[in-house]
Design a protein around this ligand. Structure first.
Ligand code: MRU
Length: 360
């Protein structure tokens, strides 16, 4: 994606070297900063501190984390420790496990001593494939928007959190069809949920869309139902952190309420996801581990001030807060899924085979 006059991915390796860089998403939209991942611990911290976030990007970062660990010390013990530390960095997005398993498979027959290079190469392949997969998702899901484009006025899409190029290596999942629609000349407008408490919608999605020139409007998380009642939302498109074999969709907290409101108002509710986000080992969403984050994210608000960045308190001193980061939308509330294989009403029509998804 272009930022100013430069094309960026959200994470990249300098040609043929061991230098891995990424965009620091904790600084956006106030500052565009690139940081280097110099070692395993940098990768672990970047994921845990959400400098990089979004299910596919977490997986890509973990892949480079394995390579960086092997560049430091190429032993089985180092590989096992790296996989364990990276796996523990965040619990919900299954792409993390997917990427670690893929790296371990790719390295299984490579002799110690040459595994760092093989790991960097495999991580590069994961990134290239993620960009291609997401573009394919955009092509398939474009039909959802095109179907609504045959009348006056813009097609109004509501999205939650950030499932754009910042959440992936490039293109995004939920935002990929929006970029495709805009680039195809379709009149499209996006309602962007702010996505409390970390405000990925306000900070990241809005920045991305504005950067691309896509018309968009920020709304508070509670506004979506009202807009749907008034006929101001034509469809919802969200991403996913883990979708189970039956099509239950785990995504950023608040997604479920949007799906309920969409269902009540007859608004199609779509999910765009790569197959690496499907967890075939879980029959349904009940046992997905839901990340519980710290109270401070709820009790304070971040923002730009004249002097830099700051957080302000929004609750009485001593107040307690709960902060579940994800929720599960049951498959019965989902109108359709788009993966790299196509778009359909049921997940099993677009998920490829479980073996292929694990192996690719
Ligand atoms: O906590 P985050 O910012 O990592 O959560 C991200 C989301 O919930 C996205 O919607 C999801 O990862 C899909 S990204 C293509």
């Amino acid at each position: 994606m272009r930022v100013g006059n430069t094309w960026y991915r959200s994470i990249w390796r300098e040609n043929g070297t061991g230098h891995v860089s990424a965009i620091d998403q904790t600084k956006l939209p106030h500052a565009f900063e690139v940081f280097e991942l110099a070692c395993l611990n940098d990768a672990v911290r970047a994921i845990a501190d959400m400098k990089v976030r979004g299910a596919p990007l977490i997986g890509a970062t973990a892949a480079y984390g394995i390579a960086l660990a092997l560049a430091e010390r190429d032993t089985q013990a180092a590989l096992d420790t790296a996989a364990r530390k990276l796996f523990a960095a965040r619990p919900t997005a299954v792409n993390l496990r997917w990427a670690l398993e893929r790296m371990q498979r790719a390295l299984a027959t490579v002799p110690a001593g040459s595994r760092a290079q093989a790991a960097f190469d495999e991580a590069d392949r994961i990134c290239d494939q993620d960009a291609a997969v997401n573009e394919a998702i955009g092509d398939h899901a474009l039909a959802w928007i095109r179907d609504k484009a045959d009348r006056n006025g813009p097609v109004n899409v509501l999205t939650h959190c950030n499932a754009g190029w910042l959440a992936t290596v490039d293109w995004g999942t939920a935002l990929a069809p929006i970029y495709k629609a805009f680039d195809a000349g379709i009149d499209v407008h996006v309602w962007v949920d702010e996505t409390r408490p970390r405000n990925q919608g306000a900070a990241l999605t809005l920045w991305e869309l504005m950067n691309h020139g896509v018309p968009c409007t920020l709304i508070v998380d509670n506004a979506g139902g009202h807009l749907m009642q008034r006929g101001q939302v034509d469809l919802c498109i969200v991403g996913s952190d883990r979708t189970t074999a039956n099509g239950d969709v785990c995504n950023k907290i608040g997604t479920y309420l949007k799906a309920l409101a969409a269902h009540d108002n007859g608004v199609p509710f779509y999910v765009a996801l790569p197959c690496s986000t499907i967890d075939f080992s879980l029959a349904d969403g009940a046992r997905i581990p839901i990340e519980e984050r710290g109270e401070a994210e709820v009790l304070t608000l971040p923002g730009a001030t004249a002097g830099g960045f700051d957080r302000v308190n929004i609750a009485a001193p001593g107040a307690r807060a709960a902060n579940p980061a994800f929720d599960v939308t049951p498959a019965r509330l989902v109108s359709g899924y788009a993966t790299e294989h196509g778009a359909a009403a049921r997940i099993d029509a677009v998920c490829g085979s479980p073996t292929a998804a694990t192996a690719s």
